[in-house]
Design a protein around this ligand. Structure first.
Ligand SMILES: NC(=O)c1ccc[n+]([C@@H]2O[C@H](COP(=O)([O-])OP(=O)(O)OC[C@H]3O[C@@H](n4cnc5c(N)ncnc54)[C@H](OP(=O)(O)O)[C@@H]3O)[C@@H](O)[C@H]2O)c1
Length: 224
């Protein structure tokens, strides 16, 4: 069992907190407003972990504490806020990037608009000392816990991972398997446009075979 840092306690961060603690991983979770605002969430996560028979702990921390909690840190905040997290905090870490680009929320980002870079490459460029793995960007938050199923279950949902570091991708894939999903390794971060917003694989429930087909069907959207 390992301790996983989670930066961002909103829709995705809170669901991942439940998912990880249920299977025995401790978590340290942070948001922008400070640990005192997370007491209710960590109490609820801990209680549900106990109900699931897990002794894992959920702790509220600062961004610095979540970043330093362990080797694996999820960054799940609006894309526009990623550069607010000092890159040195995540040096040497595996960073799970869940982000999507919403112009209405994140503002116009020219390199994403002209498709010269993927969202995860943008995140990896900021966290240049980290090993970034894209995951969880194409599943609605509540389905992270609602759609989890045991390995081998007929029709088990699959999630895509992309990353440039094979060992990091393997570690994140193992975590995703453990919380209840099959995994499809789509390749490097440069190819991760295949699962960005509004691609065929984005949002619906797909098995691994179906998801592979959807990733292959994706076409890169024309430049805005
Ligand atoms: N919602 C989904 O179903 C879904 C699915 C897949 C991917 N995603 C993507 O995953 C990312 C997170 O989405 P979400 O829906 O979970 O967002 P959200 O519910 O809006 O939560 C965002 C979290 O980020 C925190 N935050 C914002 N700026 C921060 C900063 N500078 N430092 C530390 N924490 C900061 C917020 O803190 P406060 O609570 O203090 O404001 C909040 O806890 C987004 O890129 C989103 O597009 C979302």
């Amino acid at each position: 069992m390992t301790t996983i840092g989670i930066i961002g306690s909103g829709n995705i961060g809170s669901q991942l907190a439940h998912a990880f603690t249920r299977v025995g991983h401790d978590i340290v979770i942070a948001n922008s407003r400070g640990p005192e605002t997370l007491e209710g969430l960590v109490a609820e996560v801990t209680e549900q972990a106990r109900t699931a028979g897990s002794a894992a702990t959920a702790t509220a921390g600062t961004v610095e504490q979540a970043a330093q909690a362990g080797d694996l840190v999820v960054v799940t905040i609006p894309l526009k806020a990623v550069t607010d997290i000092p890159a040195y905090l995540l040096e040497g870490r595996i960073v799970i990037d869940t982000n999507n680009y919403y112009v209405e929320r994140d503002g116009q980002i020219a390199e994403l608009d002209d498709e010269s870079i993927t969202t995860s490459e943008l995140v990896a460029r900021h966290f240049s000392g980290a090993r970034v793995v894209k995951a969880f960007n194409h599943i609605p938050a509540t389905e992270i816990t609602e759609h989890a199923q045991a390995p081998g279950t007929e029709g088990r949902r699959a999630l895509a991972v992309y990353g440039d570091d094979a060992a990091a991708v393997e570690q994140v894939s193992g975590l995703i398997e453990a919380i209840g999903f099959d995994v499809v390794n789509g390749g490097g971060l440069a190819d991760s446009w295949r699962i960005q917003r509004d691609t065929p694989g984005y949002i619906p429930h797909f098995t691994a075979d179906e998801l592979r087909e959807k990733l292959a069907e994706a076409t890169r959207p024309p430049a805005a």
